[in-house]
Design a binder for this molecule. Structure first.
Ligand SMILES: O=c1ccn([C@H]2C[C@H](O)[C@@H](CO)O2)c(=O)[nH]1
Ligand SMILES: [Zn+2]
Length: 133
């Protein structure tokens, strides 16, 4: 699974996003160490506060299928610049992604910026703060 293929999966899964309110479809694709790819789109709700971003849908899909070791993630939306994940998703990513893991942020023109986890959420609160290291 190349970076480009992962990006194409993220762009393609936008069609399955459930976005009747914002009409803003986001797609994510997550490559596991075992070589599987999980994908997901954002899922909204009439009670706006329980909307779930594509990134979290995808991470939770993988975790609930027993996968917890990841190689890379791609996130795509129809934005001017590569789509930046929200703060909540960055926190969830930081729980499960290694600090060196690459996250490819892109748009439908495939303009892509790649960040390491530690760059997307520096000085993040984590397990070691809660439980000690
Ligand atoms: O990185 C992002 C940013 C936003 N959204 C979703 C949340 C909501 O459904 C819609 C508008 O914010 O886009 C994502 O899925 N990922
Ligand atoms: Zn989010």
């Amino acid at each position: 699974m190349t970076k480009n293929k992962l990006i194409e999966e993220a762009i393609s899964v936008r069609q399955r996003a459930y976005v009747p309110y914002s009409k803003f479809a986001v797609g994510a694709a997550l490559l596991t160490k075992s070589g599987k790819v999980f994908t997901g789109g954002n899922i909204e709700n009439a009670a706006y506060s329980v909307c779930c971003c594509a990134e979290r849908v995808t991470i939770f899909k993988a975790l609930s299928e027993g996968e917890n070791e990841f190689i890379a993630m791609a996130v795509a939306a129809d934005t001017e610049r590569p789509v930046p994940p929200c703060g909540a998703c960055r926190q969830v990513m930081s729980e499960f992604f290694d600090k060196e893991m690459e996250i490819h942020l892109t748009n439908i023109k495939k303009e892509t910026k790649t960040f390491k986890m530690k760059e997307l959420l520096p000085f993040s609160f984590g397990t070691e703060d809660l439980l000690g290291s």
